[in-house]
Design a protein around this ligand. Sequence first.
Ligand code: XUL
Ligand code: CO
Length: 440
Amino acid sequence: MGIFDKIEKIQYKGPDNRDPMAFSFYNPDEVIMGKTMREYLRFAIAFWHTFQGDGLDMFGKPTMKRSWDSVLDPMTLAKLKIDAVFELCEKLSVDYFCFHDRDIAPEGETLRETNSKLDQVVTHIVDHLKTSEVGILWGTANLFANPRFMHGAATSCDADVYAYAAAQVKKAIEVTKELGGKNYVFWGGREGYETLLNTDMGFEMDNLARFFHMAVDHAREIGFTGQFLIEPKPMEPTKHQYDFDVANALSFLRKYGLEGHFKFNVEANHATLAGHTFQHELRFARINGLLGSVDANQGDSLLGWDTDQFPTDVYSTTLGMYEIIKNGGLYPGGLNFDAKVRRGSYEERDLFVAHIAGMDTFALGLKAAAKLIDEGTLERHLKERYGSFETGIGKDILEGRASFRSLEEYIIDKKNPLPEPSNQEYLERLLNWAIIAAGK
Ligand code: XUL
Ligand code: CO
């Protein structure tokens, strides 16, 4: 008996499909630009939203109706949810899931007790992994929910809390390794501050760097070869999060000699909270060789918090997939649906409808981005736009033959230069055409 017994494996029905329980665009083995969709998209389910989210918000009680609601024993429930995540992944053709240590197993009185509960669930996951094609995209530690982390974890003012966080991450990396996890994620949790009046920012950031160095050392010691990822976010839960955005986190890594050990897990809603587009954050990570993985969701342009909605905006997924194709894909990272169904979408079926919507939107985005690249107009425009650097004075600049003196001499008696027009509106139409063509 499964958990989602009434639901069959979701099928691909092609672009004319209007059934919310079938794919219109996600066709896992279809080849796009040299890779299957499955290889490009590497979808993952976020255990926390899908199996722990209950619809509670600060104005109202839980709304979600789940078939495991009647199971009261915490360990039985934990194992049942593991059965459920494997079943959901298999029925959706999602190849991975992601988890926090505290999502998959309950806490005990001491860390030793907590670890032993975690081990029991991990053994249960290992049993599933023996017979399932589904794997772990990444693991992480929840260093923000327990009151001990109220002032942060690796940036806490309390050394015992720091030690607790380190021991927790040590275990989470070990568990991720045991489960064959492809990556390990560090999202900043409560690493940030509420007021500078009580905060030694320099001290806290030095401590955070010490923490990351210890994580790198421990991974080396135990032979964990997965990719470490930092997931930037500018605000929430603290007023100012230290890992504000990719650029900010990169300067942190460089300052503390950590570059080379980490890539970035870019979350769409975190990008927009930082005042960037999803594409901007992906581009910035990509051009620095550090685009590792994606938390696939979307925010609401009118709301200033992390609404973690399922991604349904094709413009955003097209431009996102454009960066991902240019990145050569995301391997060993992937697209993790760090997204929750709305409070009113309370039925189990909605978990399927929402994931299918997100998967299809990214699949359509992949097809549209591939069309843009195949057709080559954007690339040609880019080449022409910077064409003046290919010869003459431009070439001298690129090849290091120019100085302020030589540039002055070159330009001083010339007419005021007039660069080429930008063509922005035409290029935006090009994007529309690619999306329309991909949708056929
Ligand atoms: C929080 C968030 C986290 C991380 C994992 O905004 O995105 O769920 O993805 O800790
Ligand atoms: Co996230």
